[in-house]
Design a protein around this ligand. Sequence first.
Ligand SMILES: Cc1cc2nc3c(=O)[nH]c(=O)nc-3n(C[C@H](O)[C@H](O)[C@H](O)COP(=O)(O)OP(=O)(O)OC[C@H]3O[C@@H](n4cnc5c(N)ncnc54)[C@H](O)[C@@H]3O)c2cc1C
Length: 310
Amino acid sequence: MISTEELLDTIRGEVLLGEPMKEHTALRIGGYADFYVDPLDRDDLCRALSLFELRNLPYTLIGRGTNLLVHDDGIRGAVIATSRALGEYTIKKNIVTAGAGVPLAVLAEKTFSLSLGGMEMLQGVPGTVGGAIAMNAGAYGQEIAGVVSWVEVFENGRPRVVPVEGIEFGYRYSSLGGCVILGSGMKLGKLSAAEHDKRDRLRREAFRERASSQPLSRPNAGSIFRNPRPEENPSGLGAGQMIDACGLKGARSGGAMISREHANIIINTGEARAADVVELICLAKEHVRKMFGVTLELEIKLFGYEKILC
Ligand SMILES: Cc1cc2nc3c(=O)[nH]c(=O)nc-3n(C[C@H](O)[C@H](O)[C@H](O)COP(=O)(O)OP(=O)(O)OC[C@H]3O[C@@H](n4cnc5c(N)ncnc54)[C@H](O)[C@@H]3O)c2cc1C
């Protein structure tokens, strides 16, 4: 085990004991993490990781918490934040080098303003570079996988660079999902003025579409379910369309509600608990299974759960 003194002696950044995870998730839900560690910089973060591995303390990386459901009983072990420690980036010509904690939206906007294309449609994805690589985040025809050249991971006590050829990416999947991602190199394309204008129009359309179809002002974690694989889904409908067809928009459990704007999103109307969200997840799965014969799979990541039984 690890003593609080040892943690405070080793880590120069902030170490919070019994930190409520609802302060760190977009859903504003989640019980206490034993330790919430916000390292000062990259070295500090690597030192924390080495210590946890040496002492066998379970830990989990968190970016901006925009794709998470944290159990009401919280998380045992440490949660390590990346935003501060890994929050730097540089852009040289068309090559971007970014720490895992850099907000994707910042990078997408900055690169596009420099007429670099390849991640402009990801501006509406509210997570970090690390979260995006772990999940292969994507939107409106672009995925982070499309620009990644290499990823730096922390493994066996030291950083290691993995070239893109060594990474498997799929729909909301990356083979680096279980790794600690420190940062990434990305190669973008130089845009002509005409191409920039064209993409700018598409980007603005996407913003408008997102604003009109998603409950952006209410706490939520984006899409709850993955869209089913076409071969398992004769209806051809997306997860949200199937849930909508089951008449579940507006369904409530405690403080959680299936969004009226987008049926694949669950919002926290105020004091929702993770258990309320799980009720709605199971309700949606049950109805979709009955009506379409399709078993929906979660896109959001569960922290503090072994698994959800429904
Ligand atoms: C309003 C809204 C809209 C969204 N729209 C989209 C969308 O269009 N497309 C889309 O793909 N997603 C979307 N999402 C989901 C989410 O923003 C993305 O999945 C994002 O990439 C998650 O990044 P994060 O930093 O918040 O990760 P977190 O939620 O903090 O973590 C997600 C997972 O990544 C892991 N992780 C985070 N950082 C690291 C790291 N450095 N190393 C290793 N693992 C790490 C975590 O352990 C966890 O398993 C949306 C979410 C919201 C709230």
